[in-house]
Design a protein around this ligand. Sequence first.
Ligand code: C5P
Length: 230
Amino acid sequence: MSDPKIIVALDYPDAQSALQLADQLDPQRARVKVGKELFTRSGPDVVKALVSRDFDVFLDLKYHDIPHTVGRACAAAADLGVWMMNVHTLGGSAMMQAARDAIGQEGDAPLLIGVTLLTSMDQATFDQIGLTGAMTDTVVRLAGMAKESGLDGVVCSAQEASALKQALGADFQLITPGIRPAGSDRGDQHRTMTPKEALSAGSDYLVIGRPITAAPNPMQALLDIEASLL
Ligand code: C5P
């Protein structure tokens, strides 16, 4: 069974565009991510359509609510057959444990991932909401809480990956966006790493959107990235 490291972000406003892109990819070589815009516009049907095409789907809805509500939402996501889902670690341990309890830990349970601090958060926002200490220490602390609450890993910047692997161990999964193949357009991403650098730093899965979805030939772009990993 293949274990693709690349998760293609299907950041589209409608199911048709998302499926059109997915149909150009091989589910043996790439996983896919469905985020808030696509899900809000197209709902569970687009997730089901991707699952039925044999894609492993990361449902990136970053749940953050009272424990009971998050648990129920995670159970609903698991019923869709997703491979990975995520919650905000800032929701606290009880919320994360409720998510874990709701989807179980059997072999075929989806991976449950935490979001620590959003990479869009700057120091001014961090201070404004009353968080203290260094932002990097907060990321490590929230990731530690996620691990203690039974989560399988966190979404993080590749720049944080080696510190997090060291602090939390090899089995704790690190999912990293902000990846740009050498020479490609950075778009609105600021602190990027190449796919190879990110894996060397300790990333387990690379979330890559526009370098693949905006390429003239998305499958070729995926193959080129795969080749760059060797
Ligand atoms: O197109 P690009 O490769 O920049 O897409 C990155 C994907 O990862 C987008 O879906 C974006 O929302 C997501 N993401 C991110 N940075 C985070 C968390 C998620 O870029 N910190």
